[in-house]
Design a protein around this ligand. Sequence first.
Ligand code: TXA
Ligand code: MG
Length: 324
Amino acid sequence: MRVSLEQAIAELKKGEVVAIPTETVYGLAADATNDTALKKIFTTKQRPADHPLIVHISDISQVTDWATDFPEIAVKLAKAFWPGALTLVLPAKSHVSRVVRGDEPTVALRVPNHPLALTLLKQGSLSVAAPSANLFTQLSPTTAAHVEAGLGEAIPVLDGGACNVGIESTIVSVATDGQWQLLRPGMISEAEIVKVAGLPQRVNITSLEQKETQLTPKVPGQHALHYSPRTPLSLFKDRQALLAACNALQNTNKSCAALLIGTGAAPDCKVITLPSQPEKVAEQLYSALHALDAMKVSRLLVELPPASAEWMAVLDRLTRAGHQ
Ligand code: TXA
Ligand code: MG
């Protein structure tokens, strides 16, 4: 159900959830200071309660309402990238709801770069917690129609058009000692963060070691089965292998559809081709996966981009989509 800006603000103030546009993906928003409202996010998404939420604020000056400490490096990052697709995880003030924090001692904050989202936050004097507006483990929505397809027509949606970044924000945690860590790759790259922070991230611990030692902050909600279409999906590092897989499926009377990146030979099935620039692929990625999913074929064949730094965030989302 599409709602106006005024209706969206009124619903949020009443303690209801509203899907709102951001430049990354649509978020399922609730008043970040209202536990009853926050709990509705978890029931609507069917998301486990230990998964913390990102609090969306309208201005850098509000960070200290939520965080006990705003280390110099975090200030630099916020000044460089906000409003924008960067989430900062900082030590939380004690009043910050445990529902938002998922029982972590930290809180995740972001100033989104979307005119409607910013107007909603400012005009309503609101801070909203908002995970992506999709069912837990499903594909994130980048249009109002995706939200309705995933969560149902009854969800109030503020339609702000298609998201122009297209994948979720880069998440960086900054500790009180000023050390930082990349918790989730996004279109703001690690190299850009190093440049602004002026130092590399704290030792790169693999997720297995992380699990065993708990030396670093947990990254809740980052488990492999995330961002998945409903159709089984296979990933291919090269086009020839994808063409061969398409032939093999069709020889056994199974239908397939393919997602290709850039030019080259096309398989003999339904195809969506994305351009070869990382920003364009990110912008169109979830829309393409939603469209492929709707084709109701037996298997999706997805071409992976090169494993270089500029493709890190897209590779991350595709790898998760392909993990089943
Ligand atoms: O672009 C985005 O970040 C979108 C838009 C709506 O802002 N939001 C989004 O939210 O992707 P969600 O809930 O799908 O992912 C948020 C992730 C969680 O999975 C978790 O890994 C991390 O943020 N997170 C949140 N609070 C955290 C905390 N206190 N410590 C560590 N990670 C946290
Ligand atoms: Mg999500």
